[in-house]
Design a protein. Structure first.
Length: 430
């Protein structure tokens, strides 16, 4: 069997394996070095490796996306609900990544619906203004007539008074009739005065009702005008425009909608402090805690290595688009400042979940199990099967707590005479 070139083999590994191998997999590196040293055409069954003593790292590798930890939101109309606008469609956007100054144009929303609403409101205001004017005129006329009637009644009372005075020389029946007419006119005047007060109040109430409707419609019209002005979205500060994402994870584009509940169209990120947002599956999330060290690499520049720290781990899982399993959001703050970092860059995050100093480890390829017994094939002068007790494991190697020493060599695959070898238990001294 021909052994592949180790460098070619390393490069051909999946990205996840390469990152772990490059950072912590001592056993795997030893395997590569062994291939380099012994090369040639040896059988895979004859490959021997020595346990490695050193730091052992267990890590979880995930894919993340950069975003600014702090940013200023660029929002659409925040009073859209008050104006009765529930969906606003984006009609124009500047290119993402554009560096803008405060007050510079960023986006435009479709004004067709709100323009129609504003026109209807303006017509309603004109109608209510006419009704208000009519109510004032009607009240003025009605009260004027009531005052004239009251004045006429007062003149009539004076006439009745003259008749009453002149009746003093008349028969008792005539005097009595004159007195009755005078009293009736007095009562009529008193009733007219009460009616005038009632009519005044009635007119005021009618005018106030129309005026209230007018003020309400004017306020609605002014709100629509103010909201319509906000349909042209300007930058609230200097910065680089990064568009917000919709519920499905896609970024805002021309034709996308903005709702009053989520009015953010874009953000102006603070590029001096960046973080990587990643998602960890429900199997590995128990291993992640805040404060863990993280090594990050950029897909755009794999040679660049950044350091970070886990700052937040979600307590509740979520279903991400195109994913069948639940994942948990993990936020990683980047400790290194780098002016080349940009939002939405993809990162490979290697989260160190455990690190043991100065321990013995062997490749997982060398570990075998039979009848719940874990063992390795050892060559120390002669070959034999040796039961081992293992500790932490990563994707490539396992810590050996008991069973082999640095002076031993283990087979990566069972040797040709594996069936004939006897198992040495941990209870039996070697």
């Amino acid at each position: 069997m021909t052994i592949p070139n180790p460098i070619t083999y390393f490069i051909s590994l999946p990205k996840r394996k390469r990152i772990i191998a490059g950072s912590a997999a001592g056993g795997f590196l030893l395997f590569i070095l062994y291939l380099t040293a012994f090369g040639g055409s040896s059988s895979a069954r004859d490959i021997l490796v020595a346990p490695v003593k050193g730091d052992f790292i267990v890590s979880i590798v995930t894919t993340g996306e950069l975003q600014a930890k702090n940013s200023i939101e660029i929002k659409g109309p925040e009073q859209a609900r008050a104006a009765g606008i529930w969906q606003m469609k984006i009609s124009n956007l500047i290119a993402e990544g554009t560096v803008v100054k405060q007050g510079q144009f960023v986006a435009e929303l479709d004004k067709a619906e709100i323009a129609n609403r504003l026109k209807e409101s303006e017509l309603s205001v004109q109608k209510l203004e006419a009704q208000f004017t009519q109510a004032v005129l009607d009240s003025t006329l009605a009260l004027s007539q009531a005052r004239d009637e009251l004045v006429n009644l007062v003149f009539g009372l004076e006439e009745k008074k003259i008749v009453l005075d002149q009746s003093s020389y008349e028969a008792p029946a005539v005097r009595r009739q004159a007195q009755i007419d005078y009293d009736r006119t007095e009562r009529t005047i008193a009733q007219a005065k009460k009616n005038y007060v009632t009519k005044t109040r009635q007119s005021i109430a009618k005018i106030q009702a129309v005026e209230a409707d007018l003020l309400k419609e004017r306020q609605k019209m002014e709100t629509l005008r103010a909201v319509m002005m906000q349909f042209t979205i300007l930058a609230p500060a200097d910065g680089m425009v990064v568009y917000a994402r919709e519920w499905n994870g896609k970024k805002k584009v021309v034709g996308a909608t903005v709702s009053p509940w989520e009015p953010t169209v874009a953000t102006l990120p603070d590029l001096t402090m960046m973080e990587s947002i990643t998602y960890v599956n429900e199997v590995d999330i128990q291993k992640i805690v805040t404060g863990q060290d993280v090594t990050l690499r950029l897909d755009a520049d794999p040679n660049k290595k950044l350091s970070g720290t886990v700052t937040q781990v979600a307590n509740i899982g979520e279903q991400r688009p195109n994913s069948d399993s639940k994942v948990f959001e993990v936020r990683i703050i980047i400790k290194d400042r780098d002016t080349t970092l940009r939002p939405a860059m993809t990162t490979a995050n290697e989260i160190t979940v455990a690190k043991l100093p100065n321990v013995l480890s062997i490749p997982l390829e060398a570990v075998h199990t039979q009848d719940s017994t874990t063992f390795v094939y050892v060559k120390n002068g002669s070959s034999y099967k040796q039961e081992v007790k293992l500790g932490l494991q990563n994707d490539n190697a396992a810590v050996v707590l008991q069973g082999v020493s640095e002076s031993d060599e283990v087979y990566l695959s069972p040797p040709p005479d594996a069936a004939e070898l006897k198992l040495r238990s941990l209870k039996v001294p070697s």
